[in-house]
Design a protein around this ligand. Structure first.
Ligand SMILES: O=C(O)CCC(=O)C(=O)O
Ligand SMILES: [Fe+2]
Length: 269
């Protein structure tokens, strides 16, 4: 049986991931999460000419009182550049889900070089991601996403996913939506979508081959979430290449030796 040598713990997590298409767990390094949140809040305050906030979570939740929708994308890009510019950031991010990644993805991993950040102001329609799978637009089916909220994310302040059974039905009918589009697809499957409750202190690890996306944030506070892709280093790549989009993070010694090995000159048979 495939996976028959896995530990009970790996098997249980893997079964949950395969059944639902995602897992939601407490971050494995709370201090690293707090450091990331505090740094993002500092970057935001500095960008807005404000003092660093005492309560980063409340400040981030309330950012719509400081940033207008037409300034949001430039502000968001400045936050992405700022946090990805921190030398410690990617190691810290990985450490939040290290055990879950080893269990669900592998022990020789490639990680996206720049984590994305999505900021959704209450009621703002300008930065939505309609129903999609990443695989439809150049990602390899071997990738999984670690999605990390800096504030509590519930209902439309979060993302939705179509669990595997509903997703299979939608995928089988995809051609029917060639002209009506993904909004029609969303409406037809809306009752089967799940908006995932992921609080600050937790991460979501999801299968980006499943249809997912977001809607207008109808909550009263602003959403802040990172998303970053991981895959087995030697699993197939699609448009997002190793060295450009992905970078090896946990290569093992035997792999290093193998990649560096040259057959001695003059060697025959
Ligand atoms: O955060 C969202 O609402 C969607 C995220 C997404 O599409 C992704 O991370 O692939
Ligand atoms: Fe996506």
């Amino acid at each position: 049986m495939t996976g028959g040598f896995l530990s009970n713990e790996d098997r249980m997590l893997g079964d949950a991931f395969l059944k639902d298409g995602y897992v939601i767990r407490a971050v494995e390094d709370r201090a690293a999460l707090d450091r990331i949140q505090a740094r993002v809040a500092e970057l935001a305050a500095s960008q807005l000419g404000l003092d660093p906030p005492n309560d980063p979570k409340a400040f981030l939740d309330g950012i719509h009182t400081h940033v207008a929708p037409d300034k949001l994308n430039a502000f968001r890009l400045a936050m992405i550049a700022g946090i990805n510019g921190e030398t410690w950031f990617r190691r810290a991010y990985y450490g939040l889900a290290e055990k879950a990644l080893a269990s669900l993805v592998g022990n020789e991993l490639a990680m996206q070089r720049r984590a994305n950040l999505s900021i959704q102001l209450p009621g703002d329609e300008s930065s939505l991601l309609p129903a999609h799978t990443d695989t439809w637009s150049g990602d390899s089916p071997f990738e999984a996403v670690v999605w990390l909220p800096l504030v509590d994310c519930r209902a439309t302040k979060s993302m939705f996913i179509l669990p595997p059974a509903a997703n299979a039905k939608a995928a089988a009918k995809l051609a029917d939506y060639g002209t009506s589009g993904v909004e029609a697809l969303y409406r037809d499957f809306e009752s089967e979508t799940r908006f995932l409750s992921v609080d600050y202190g937790q991460f979501l690890l999801f299968d980006q081959n499943l249809i997912h996306g977001n809607r207008v944030n109808a909550e009263k506070t602003t959403r802040w979430t990172f998303n970053c892709r991981f895959k087995g280093l030697f699993t197939p790549y699609a448009d997002k290449r190793l060295g450009e989009f992905f970078e090896p993070i946990t290569m093992r010694p035997t792999t290093r030796l193998g990649l560096a090995y040259k057959l001695p000159d003059g060697f025959e048979e």
